[in-house]
Design a protein around this ligand. Sequence first.
Ligand code: C2E
Ligand code: MG
Ligand code: MG
Ligand code: MG
Length: 272
Amino acid sequence: HAKRNGRNHALRYCPSQDRRSRPALGLLNDLRSALANGGQLELYYQPQYRMRDNAMTGLEALLRWRHPQEGLILPADFIPLAECHGLMASLGNWVIDQTLAQMANWRDRGRLEVPVWINISALQLFQGDVEAALQAGLTRHRLDARWLGLELTESALLDERAGDISPRLEALRERGHPVALDDFGTGYSSLGYLTRLPLDKLKLDRTFVEALPGDRANAAIVSAVLAMARGLSLAVVAEGVETPAQRDFLREAGCDEVQGFLYAPPLVAADI
Ligand code: C2E
Ligand code: MG
Ligand code: MG
Ligand code: MG
């Protein structure tokens, strides 16, 4: 049922077909073979830090595509293509397996010390079987779910095509996965769902952090979000922290964790 709906609605994820030019179709074929052969897809890992003591608290896995002709391609330039053409489930499964393989490697060397977070797209939730992929991967790599955090965006969580997502999310969380709401503040404005969804963290979107501390309206929004999160016992991770002034504002306002170029960019596993 979900699959059938997914297929019908998948077109809505396609950016205007007329503007999908030949180069994009070439890229689509390249992505298909990259997925089939492996090798060109890579994961980078960006550290997250606790403001209180600067301890590293987590790593976010971020997908990259090393295209033989085009060079390094960022997710914004190929994830929409994958979503539009039904490749997101297999791309997502690759991310799950690759992340767990890297974590098992760190574990075997006594270096797995913080949870690794992966991004889960709305399409994975209703076109793929994320639960099965996660379970199979955890078993194969002998890892506990508490080490693998899941980042979902508001639009993924509230996408009606996935049905009521909260029971599935609850099940994933009961298995031990930490769950974060990504890009918080950019999606739906109803805050009621924050009390209904099982969440551990909010990730405050970079657009709010960007304008800190000079822009008073943004500063007010950030302070209010932090106060609200405290009331709901949700930790907040600020995304895209680039300057000491942004860091200082966030610390003062009671933000728990930070992630951004000021601290560390996304890095290859060897550099972690
Ligand atoms: P996101 O999950 O919100 O990830 C944070 C993005 O902000 C990353 O971009 C990261 O490189 C970038 N970033 C981190 N610190 C800074 C900073 O200080 N300044 C600026 N300007 N940017 C910063 P990236 O890697 O290009 O990923 C973009 C988006 O693509 C991600 O946003 C996520 O929604 C999606 N994405 C990435 N990897 C995956 C994946 O494996 N699966 C899925 N479904 N989506 C992914
Ligand atoms: Mg994310
Ligand atoms: Mg984000
Ligand atoms: Mg973001």
